[in-house]
Design a protein around this ligand. Structure first.
Ligand SMILES: [Zn+2]
Length: 270
């Protein structure tokens, strides 16, 4: 894998601030059922959204962001184009506003993906498609985001989860890991890349068991683990057992939203 950061960047760069932060970094893991949507608010108040849930989740998020005075979103990262990750993106672009999008490089035939691409075009959103087997590091208000793309352009049948971008976020000495829906091949790539140890993990693939789960979770060894599952589609009990054995405190979306804060030295839940 090339270590070089190569991007197709169209348009503006993200604002960079060097100021020290009194406010903690905040990460909201939204309860959107078996879907992903996480909002990062930096100490200086920039907003980074990782995935957007389903089409319906997108409408709910728009309402919530408008009520809370959140927007525009400074950076939207779409890990992959399954409807439970990209489904709400068009609504958020249209009704909340987005300054920059980072996404993987493959195409998908789906209504949700088409609406997302159309919204980017209609609103002329500067967008970055991260090339296969490359990675980039962005810094927003002193918060570092290392984003890596899948190593291969094909993983066979049902391959799309393995195209998931992985985001490693560092704030001071605290680390958050967002691996999308990585299944066994992509989890093994990430283990090979290294740098997975984290304080807070968004558990990949909605907490389903994979052949790489034990190795992946051991490499991450989080203190706090958020699992985006639902009553109808619960996460695997062995994932819970592995995380508990590693000393992680588990929060399932079945318990509602989770907010995690970081002052750069430690993390805690609100
Ligand atoms: Zn998913």
């Amino acid at each position: 894998m090339k270590k070089l950061s190569v991007l197709l960047i169209l348009g503006l760069l993200l604002p960079l601030y060097a100021c020290a932060a009194a406010e903690p970094l905040r990460v909201d893991f939204y309860d959107v059922g078996k879907a992903d949507a996480m909002l990062i608010t930096t100490p200086a108040g920039s907003h980074i959204l990782i995935d957007t849930g389903t089409n319906k989740n997108g409408k709910d998020l728009v309402k919530r962001f408008q009520e809370e005075g959140i927007g525009p979103i400074d950076l939207m990262i779409i890990t992959h184009y399954d409807k439970d990750h990209v489904g709400g993106a068009d609504k958020i672009i249209e009704d909340v506003g987005v300054r920059h999008v980072v996404m993987p490089v493959y195409d998908k035939e789906s209504k949700q993906y088409e609406q997302f691409v159309e919204a980017i075009g209609e609103h002329a959103i500067p967008s970055t498609q991260l090339i296969t087997a490359h990675e980039t590091t962005l810094t927003v208000d002193g918060v570092t985001l290392r984003i890596s793309a899948a190593h291969k352009s094909s993983y066979g049948k049902d391959e799309e989860n393995d195209f998931s971008l992985c985001v490693r976020m560092t704030h001071g000495n605290t680390r958050f890991l967002f691996p999308g829906d990585a299944e066994t091949p992509r989890q093994r790539e990430l283990i090979a890349e290294g740098d997975l140890a984290c304080d807070v993990l968004k558990v990949p693939y909605h907490g389903r068991l994979t052949d790489a789960s034990q190795d992946f979770l051991s490499a991450a060894a989080p203190q706090i683990a958020f699992i985006p599952d639902s009553e109808d589609d619960p996460s695997h009990e062995l994932i819970h057992a592995m995380l508990t054995a590693l000393g992680a405190k588990i929060h399932s979306a079945q318990q509602g939203d989770l907010t995690v804060l970081s002052d750069g030295a430690r993390v805690w839940t609100e």
